[in-house]
Design a protein around this ligand. Structure first.
Ligand SMILES: *Cc1c(COP(=O)(O)O)cnc(C)c1O
Length: 222
């Protein structure tokens, strides 16, 4: 199967209104170009040091998504070009993204990462931290970010019911934030959830952004 076949296979399962973000981490630029050449425009990476050189080498109309854990001191390297950051897990990080985006006169779409998995290791806000963040009066001063919604990763398990419940929880949290924030966060409607193994469940539970790597590019090239 080629990258193009893999993309087509996924896209035929995807509802209109769901965006496919091709997660290209560990893949060489040639593989990314193969996907780009058949129309894939949105790509995601999880490390700043991999995202920056790929941005430099690849066509400038690619829409870049940062999906991995982000350190405050590295935001400056991606702020000139990144379109979406999926992994915001503190107000401080959001303030720094805003500051850097302001320098470049840009607006960056941001998603708040919520910890929905049973595993300890995954990053993200808990429910209480999420609610505190969206209630913060500071948000209205952040003119160079758009708070677009939530991101989450389900537990790595074969148990589909558990995965579904975790995605369902994220979608309920989106609704809860919408209710709390009301007109203060008019753009807060995106749900970034679903990877190669669980994207069909994620779409059924309301995902609007699926992040798929290995199902497009094959096993990763470490
Ligand atoms: C690697 C990665 C993905 C894609 O994972 P696959 O299982 O290869 O589809 C999605 N989201 C994040 C945050 C990732 O790091």
């Amino acid at each position: 199967m080629s990258i193009s076949d893999n993309l087509q296979g996924i896209l035929k399962n995807v509802l209109p209104g769901v965006k496919l973000v091709a997660i290209s981490k560990t893949n060489p630029v040639e593989n990314i170009l193969q996907a780009y050449n058949v129309g894939q425009m949105a790509f995601g990476e999880n490390k700043v040091q991999e995202l920056v050189p790929k941005y430099q080498l690849l066509p400038k109309d690619i829409e870049w998504h940062m999906v991995g854990h982000l350190q405050t001191n590295k935001i400056k390297y991606i702020a000139p070009f990144v379109h979406w950051i999926h992994s915001i897990d503190s107000l401080m990080l959001l303030q720094e993204v805003n500051k850097q985006a302001y320098k470049y006169n840009r607006s960056i779409n941001c998603l708040l990462q919520v910890h929905i998995a049973a595993e300890e290791s995954k990053f993200g806000l808990n429910d209480e931290e999420l609610i505190d963040l969206v209630r913060s009066p500071i948000l209205k001063d952040l003119t160079n970010i758009q708070l677009k919604g939530l991101m989450g990763m389900a537990t790595f398990t074969e148990n589909e019911l558990q995965i579904r419940n975790e995605f369902h929880k994220l979608s309920e949290l989106l609704f809860k934030v919408q209710t709390i924030a009301g007109n203060n966060l008019p753009e807060f409607k995106e749900l970034s959830m679903g990877m190669s193994s669980d994207y069909l469940i994620a779409i059924e539970e309301g995902s609007t952004l699926i992040r798929i790597g290995s199902k497009i590019f094959g096993e990763r090239h470490y």
